[in-house]
Unconditional design. Structure first.
Length: 119
């Protein structure tokens, strides 16, 4: 199993490969929107289905893109939230309230943060 991001190092060096499929753990994701928890619950459900149907080969192929997408969104959100450049902070602080007034953007962000589009 390859890591989903640079912070997921995978199994310790020199360890034997684990023959059991592993759900990408949501523990390294930001708590923003409950992404780690929601992704973990969805991973558990998908793994249960894969075990029940005998389709373990497709499990990682279906869930790995989800882990990468959540990690990428978390990274972007963290960078925006922790911007040190005063100009970028001012732009962020001015734009976010304006963008939040656009229902389509607000709904899409809420759905993305809650992980409701990964089913």
């Amino acid at each position: 199993m390859t890591p989903c991001c640079s912070r997921c190092a995978g199994p310790p060096r020199g360890s034997a490969p684990d023959p059991a499929p592993q759900a990408p753990e949501g523990l390294h994701f930001s708590p923003a929107g409950g992404q780690g928890m929601n992704t973990g619950i969805q991973d558990g459900y998908a793994l249960g289905r894969a075990l029940a149907t005998g389709d373990l080969d497709g499990y990682e192929a279906r869930r790995r893109p989800v882990a990468r997408r959540v990690a990428a969104l978390t990274h972007r959100m963290t960078r925006a939230a922790t911007a040190r450049n005063p100009v970028l902070r001012a732009a962020r602080n001015a734009l976010l309230p304006l963008l939040a007034r656009i229902p389509a953007l607000r709904d899409r962000l809420a759905t993305e943060l809650a992980g409701l589009n990964y089913r």
